[in-house]
Design a protein around this ligand. Structure first.
Ligand code: DGL
Length: 265
């Protein structure tokens, strides 16, 4: 009886949540790490962007979404949004100590350790950069790297509207990096899950020498570790499924989700 129930629970989906389509960069990493799991991807595009909202607003939205995922049977939750993670992950873990809740943070560690005191820019939303969580992370690596936080309001909107390659986007990125000497730059951390989708445009602006770091693969490895620890991994050899849900659902949005999931970058 308990074995049977356990099996059903392990087939339950992992909820993957973001303020919009950005978390699909994390979903890709999850699928590579655990192709046999079922995923329920929820994008809150109707309320996006989160990064320019108040802490209280993002907290309220994130907690309400996660309440629903757990109520509807998700076996674990991946908060695939740096902004929502910094606003709410601690509270969510307090509220649901029995559910694996995995957050994402900018991949600053590998970037900071990538060279001899490298120059590292961290691109993220204004809220992620303002919050304590990021400041603690930055303080940890301050001694080994020169770290410059770069808030990027307005950038997620391009990806959200399906623009991952245009003259306008390239000009936006050019303006963003104008104040920096690109020749002295070693690494750029993509501290918002939307940004990996503009990696190709970023490489055009920054050149191939600058390395880009994203948090998705580390989050996927951590999710697998947490599921294994909780005895919640689905059995191997079966194929998982992906369900897309979006608070601003349209056929175009769905097509964009599918396109981003397959995109090579
Ligand atoms: N994708 C979200 C993140 O990782 C932010 C986008 C937004 O501003 O809503 O921070």
């Amino acid at each position: 009886m308990s074995f049977f129930n356990l099996n059903i629970k392990n087939n339950a989906p992992i909820a993957v949540f973001d303020s919009g389509v950005g978390g699909i960069s994390v979903l890709r990493a999850l699928l590579l790490e655990m192709p046999n799991e079922n995923y329920w991807y929820y994008g809150d595009s109707a309320n996006a962007p989160y990064g320019t909202k108040s802490l209280e607003e993002v907290r309220k939205l994130t907690i309400a979404h996660v309440d629903r995922f757990i109520l509807q049977g998700a076996k674990a939750v991946v908060v695939a949004c740096n902004t929502a993670t910094s606003a709410a992950v601690r509270l969510l873990r307090q509220k649901y100590p029995e559910v694996p809740i995995i957050g994402i943070e900018p991949a600053l560690k590998p970037a900071a350790l990538s060279g001899n005191h490298p120059n590292v820019i961290v691109m993220a939303t204004p809220m992620t950069i303002r919050e304590q969580k990021f400041n603690n992370l930055m303080n940890r690596y301050m001694g080994v790297a020169h770290i410059i936080p770069l808030p990027c309001p307005g950038l997620m909107e391009y990806i959200e509207h399906g623009d991952i390659h245009s003259m306008e986007l390239e000009q936006f990125l050019e303006r963003l990096f104008e104040p920096f000497d690109k020749l002295k730059l070693n690494a750029v951390v993509l501290g918002c899950t939307h940004y990996p989708f503009v990696s190709r445009e970023l490489k055009k602006v920054l050149g191939d020498r600058v390395r880009l770091y994203e948090g998705g693969p580390g989050t996927a490895r951590e999710t697998k570790r947490r599921l294994a620890e909780a005895g919640l991994l689905r059995k191997e050899g079966v194929k998982g499924e992906v369900w897309f849900e979006n608070s601003a659902y349209s056929k175009e949005k769905r097509r964009l989700c599918e396109k981003l999931l397959k995109l090579a970058y």
